[in-house]
Design a binder for this molecule. Structure first.
Ligand SMILES: *[C@@H]1O[C@H](CO)[C@@H](O)[C@H](O)[C@H]1NC(C)=O
Ligand SMILES: *[C@@H]1O[C@H](CO)[C@@H](O)[C@H](O)[C@H]1NC(C)=O
Ligand SMILES: *[C@@H]1O[C@H](CO)[C@@H](O)[C@H](O)[C@H]1NC(C)=O
Ligand SMILES: *[C@@H]1O[C@H](CO)[C@@H](O)[C@H](O)[C@H]1NC(C)=O
Length: 481
C-alpha cells in the first residue's frame, strides 16, 4: 500500500460528488490501514512477469501422464479463459530422453505451444540426485533451454529451482549451506545465458516445521548446517526455529518468492472436512490454522517488506480423500478451497503482493498421519460442478485477473514421439522432443505440511521408506507410475 495516496486522493477534486464521497471513504479507510502499516510497507516496483497493480494470475500444473492426458488446451477449454502460466517439471542433470517411453528429457513445453496462447512457462527444476551431481555445464544447458523458450518461442519463463528445500522428502533437502552454494551457481550460470529468466525461490509451508526432521536427522548435519538451522540457538532444531531464513539465498539472487500451501484436512488428514475460513490467510500471516499457535510469517517479511520482489503460491490445492465417503463432497471441498484461497478479493486486497496462484492439478497417493496410503485428488477441473463455479467466479471477478492472449503456434511443433523439430526460425527446438504421454516426474511436491504429532509420524514413515528403498522405492509407494 502506498500510504501517501490517502492524503492525495481527495485533493484531486473530482467533478461528481458521488465519486468524491467514495474516494473520501477509501481515503479514510486507507488512512486507518496506513497508520498501522506506515513505518513498514515500502513502495513496490513492478517485477518482471508481474501483472499490474490490483491484478493477479491464476496458474496451473497439468498432468500429461497416462491416464490423465491433461494439457493446457484442455484446462483453457474447461475454464473458458486462457490460463496465463503453466508449470512443468524436469530434473537436473537432465536424464536422456527415451523415445519409447517419453521419460527423461526436457519438460513438455510443446504442450504450451499447442495451446496457441502466449502463456508463461513455469519450469520447476529438481536436483533429484543431489547438488553434487550437478556440473556447471548442466546449468549452462538449462540456461540455453530457457533462452530457446524466450527467444525462439517468445515466452516469459519462471525458473523455480530446488523447491521445498527444507524437507528430507527431497533428495537435496535440509542442506542449507549446499543449497545456497548451488543456488548462487545456478543463478549466475543461467542468467549469464538467459538474463531474463525469472528466478523463483519457493520454500514449503511453515506448518509442521521442522517436519519431524530432528534428532539424528539434525545432529548428523555439518556443524555449519546445524548452526544455520538452529536460529533460536537453543541447541536443537524445533518449531521455534525459522523455517525460511536459513535457506534464503539473498535479495540480489531472487526475483519472485513462492510458497507451497495445501489443505489436507482438519482434524484428520484422511477425512473430507470443511476448511476453516481464512485458512490460507492465517498460514501466510503466521498462524497455524489448526492450533492457533504462532508460526513463522511469510507474507510480511518476504512479500510486503521486499520492495523489488513479487510473491506467489507456487503450488497449492485441497486434498479430496477419495476413500472417505462420509465427509463433504469433492465439489464442496474444492469450492471451499477456491473461495477461501483463490477466488477471493479479500486475499487480493489483503495480500496485494501475491500476484500468482498456482493450482496443483493432480491426484496422487500420499502417506497419511496414521501411516496409511491415502489417495488424494487435488484437481479442481475434474468435477463438473466445480468447473461451473469457477467459470462463475471468473465472470464475476474476472477483471482482477490477467489472462493469456491467443496467438498462432509456431509453424513446426514435433508430433507425438517425434525427435527434435525445428521452429519457425529453422532452429532445432529441443524442448519439443516429447511424446504427448510421459511418465510422471520422479519427484513430487508437498507430501507434508500439517502440524500434528501424527504428521511427524507420517514424515518418519516416509523417511523410512526413502532410507530403505531409495527414492524410486518411495516414489513407487506414493504413486504407481
Ligand atoms: C527406454 O525405455 C525402454 C523401456 O523401459 C528401455 O527398454 C530402453 O532401454 C530405454 N532406452 C534407452 C535409450 O534408455
Ligand atoms: C512476444 O509476445 C508478446 C506477448 O504476447 C507480444 O506482445 C510480442 O509482440 C511478441 N513478440 C514477437 C516478436 O512476436
Ligand atoms: C547465502 O550466500 C550468500 C553469498 O555467499 C551470503 O551472502 C548469504 O548470507 C547466504 N545466506 C545464508 C542464509 O546463508
Ligand atoms: C476426471 O478425470 C478422469 C481421469 O482420471 C477422467 O476420466 C474424467 O473424464 C474426468 N472428469 C471430468 C469431469 O473432467
Amino acid at each position: 500500500m502506498q500510504c501517501t495516496a490517502s492524503t492525495s486522493a481527495p485533493a484531486r477534486s473530482p467533478r461528481r460528488p458521488s465519486r468524491r464521497s467514495r474516494l473520501a471513504r477509501v481515503a479514510a479507510s486507507a488512512t486507518v490501514a496506513c497508520a498501522a502499516l506506515a513505518a513498514v510497507a515500502p513502495v513496490h516496483a513492478q517485477v518482471r512477469g508481474e501483472p499490474n497493480d490490483g491484478q493477479v494470475m491464476l496458474g496451473f500444473w497439468f498432468d500429461s501422464a497416462d491416464p490423465y492426458h491433461d494439457t493446457p488446451s484442455i484446462i483453457n477449454e474447461k475454464l473458458g479463459v486462457n490460463v496465463p502460466v503453466f508449470q512443468m517439471a524436469q530434473s537436473i542433470p537432465l536424464p536422456p530422453y527415451n523415445y519409447t517411453t517419453g521419460a527423461g528429457g526436457p519438460a513438455p513445453e510443446n504442450q504450451i505451444e499447442r495451446s496457441a496462447t502466449d502463456a508463461h512457462v513455469f519450469l520447476t527444476v529438481y536436483p533429484n540426485n543431489g547438488f553434487d551431481a550437478i556440473t556447471d555445464d548442466d546449468f549452462t544447458a538449462l540456461g540455453k533451454q530457457i533462452l530457446d523458450y524466450q527467444q525462439n518461442l517468445n515466452r516469459t519463463v519462471f525458473l523455480r529451482y530446488a523447491p521445498e528445500m527444507q524437507g528430507l522428502w527431497m533428495e537435496y533437502g535440509q542442506q542449507p549451506v549446499a543449497f545456497n552454494q548451488s543456488w548462487h551457481n545456478m543463478y549466475y550460470l543461467v542468467k549469464a545465458v538467459a538474463p531474463e529468466t525469472i528466478m523463483v525461490w519457493a520454500p514449503n509451508t511453515p506448518q509442521g516445521y521442522p517436519y519431524g526432521q530432528t534428532g539424528t536427522a539434525y545432529t548428523s548435519l555439518s556443524a555449519a548446517d546445524q548452526a544455520l538451522l538452529d536460529t533460536n540457538q537453543n541447541g536443537v532444531l524445533d518449531a521455534g526455529d525459522d523455517p525460511f531464513g536459513p535457506y534464503y539465498p539473498g535479495d540480489d539472487v531472487v526475483d519472485w518468492i513462492g510458497l507451497s500451501v495445501y489443505y489436507k484436512g482438519i482434524p484428520s488428514d484422511t477425512e473430507n472436512t470443511r476448511q476453516p475460513e481464512g485458512y490460507c490467510s492465517q498460514i501466510i500471516r503466521g498462524i497455524n490454522p489448526e492450533s492457533g499457535v504462532a508460526i513463522e510469517p511469510w507474507y510480511v517479511p518476504y512479500c510486503e517488506q521486499k520492495p523489488d520482489k513479487a510473491c506467489m503460491f507456487a503450488e497449492m490445492g485441497a486434498a479430496y480423500h477419495t476413500s472417505d465417503t462420509t465427509g463433504i463432497s469433492q465439489a464442496q471441498l474444492q469450492q471451499n478451497w477456491l473461495t477461501d484461497c483463490v477466488f477471493s478479493e479479500t486475499m487480493y486486497d489483503t495480500f496485494p503482493r501475491i500476484k500468482l496462484y498456482m493450482q496443483f492439478e493432480y491426484e496422487k497417493d500420499e502417506t497419511a498421519n496414521d501411516g496409511s496410503i491415502d489417495h488424494r485428488d487435488f484437481r479442481v477441473t475434474n468435477t463438473t460442478e466445480v468447473v461451473a463455479s469457477m467459470r462463475a467466479d471468473i465472470s464475476s471477478i474476472g477483471t482482477r485477473f490477467t489472462w493469456a492472449q491467443s496467438r498462432a503456434p509456431p509453424t513446426s511443433i514435433s508430433s507425438a514421439g517425434a525427435p527434435a523439430a525445428t521452429n519457425s526460425a529453422g532452429q532445432s527446438i529441443i524442448q519439443a522432443i516429447t511424446a504427448t504421454t510421459r511418465p510422471r516426474p520422479t519427484t513430487f511436491p508437498s507430501l507434508f505440511g500439517s502440524t500434528s504429532d501424527g504428521t511427524q509420524r507420517a514424515e518418519w514413515a516416509e523417511l523410512g521408506i526413502l532410507v530403505a528403498s531409495g527414492v524410486l522405492g518411495a516414489w513407487a509407494v506414493m504413486r504407481t507410475l
